[in-house]
Design a protein around this ligand. Structure first.
Ligand code: A2P
Ligand code: MG
Length: 345
């Protein structure tokens, strides 16, 4: 790896490579069919894929950047099983390595950086997607009966949705400096493209402050107001905030990473989630990528979250993101004061 590039650029380039390896782990766990679902809290689940992808990311980055503070969603007691050697990635994406580092990030040191890792954003969508990979209808039905997350309504909607919601799953690595997300990676393990007649799985999108975004082609916002929001964590406050937006359409998808991709690809212009539930690892990378593309991500009150290592993990006051400042202020103004008060309590 070129050691001449400034630290933030090298760390972003390493994160691009490791996110792609973590995405393969996510697919491999699914293919084996043993998801190992554990309930961490209400509506909060973890699978073998979350645990293994996090081990791959944290081990790979901490081997190269030992003084960087890396905080992952699945932090907990060290696993006793040995880490497979091919989970330790030392490569760095060449295109990212050649980027011009913004002047204000030139002299950043490892101690100044906090990396927020969500090894698998959209866990509900991942576990529900597992059903659709069961080709045998009887096997699928048996899995449904033992699945902790799925109601009959969702089962029926899954049957209609071809491969379920696996495209909503992302691997998120956000790099923050002095509380602010400055660079980030959103990897989609189940994104499909054809190259020379061959099916390629996965794509990796990155963003760097003042430089822009890469790994895909951003699209302009839709002509009419389209809002994207949660499909698996709604409640009356979330619905109230959606009503007041006066949108032509509401697109309900899983994961904070995928919702920000909806904004960047012109499928929606505002992302509203008026509830606690999201955490710093859900929003650090999406915020970095969105702001590198000219968008803005804050809480429902319009305030930026801080990403220092001592900050509390929950994003208590919700998420409000938009493709540009104008739409962001429109959305902040529309949120009624009583809703802001309810979330700030
Ligand atoms: N109530 C909640 N409990 C746990 N995680 C939540 C909750 N609400 C949101 N999240 C996390 O925020 C992400 C975006 O939320 P949503 O998909 O509902 O819009 C989810 O994918 C989930 O991350 P994860 O899947 O990594 O646990
Ligand atoms: Mg998440």
């Amino acid at each position: 790896m070129s050691s001449s590039a400034p630290l933030v650029v090298r760390l972003l380039a390493s994160s691009v490579s490791v996110a792609s390896r973590a995405g393969k782990i996510v697919r491999d766990v699914m293919s084996k069919g043993e998801l190992g679902i554990v309930e961490k809290g209400k509506d909060d689940y973890q699978t073998e894929a979350d645990r293994s992808a996090q081990r791959c990311i944290v081990a790979s980055l901490s081997a190269q950047y030992p003084k960087v503070n890396i905080i992952g969603e699945e932090d907990g007691p060290e696993s006793e099983s040995e880490l497979p050697s091919d989970w330790i990635i030392s490569e760095a994406d060449k295109e990212v390595l050649s980027l011009e580092c913004p002047v204000n990030l030139h002299s950043v040191k490892e101690e100044d950086i906090v990396v927020w890792v969500d090894p698998l954003d959209g866990t509900s969508e991942y576990t529900q997607g597992a059903l659709m990979l069961k080709r045998d209808p009887w096997e699928r039905w048996k899995m449904y009966l033992t699945h902790p997350l799925i109601s009959i309504k969702w089962y029926l909607s899954l049957l209609q949705s071809n491969y379920g919601f696996l495209e909503h799953v992302t691997v998120l690595i956000g790099i923050s400096v002095n509380d602010k997300p400055v660079a980030g990676v959103i990897h989609q393990p189940y994104y499909k493209t054809m190259l020379d007649g061959e099916k390629i799985m996965g794509r990796t999108i990155w963003g760097l402050q003042e430089v822009g975004v890469g790994g895909f082609t951003p699209a302009p916002p839709p002509a009419s107001l389209i809002i994207t929001t949660t499909r698996s964590h709604s409640n009356p406050l979330v619905e109230k905030a959606l009503q007041v937006m006066n949108a032509g359409q509401i697109v309900r998808v899983g994961g904070a990473g995928f919702k920000v991709l909806q904004l960047l690809e012109g499928k929606a212009s505002i992302y509203v989630f008026a509830s606690s539930g999201c955490k710093k690892w859900d929003t650090c990378a999406p915020e970095a990528v969105l702001s590198a593309a000219g968008g803005k991500l804050t809480d429902i009150l319009g305030n930026y979250y801080k990403y220092g290592g001592a900050e509390s993990r929950p994003n208590k006051t919700g998420v409000l993101a938009a493709v540009n400042d104008e739409l962001h202020s429109y959305a902040v103004k529309r949120i009624p004061q009583e809703l802001k008060d309810a979330l700030s309590k």
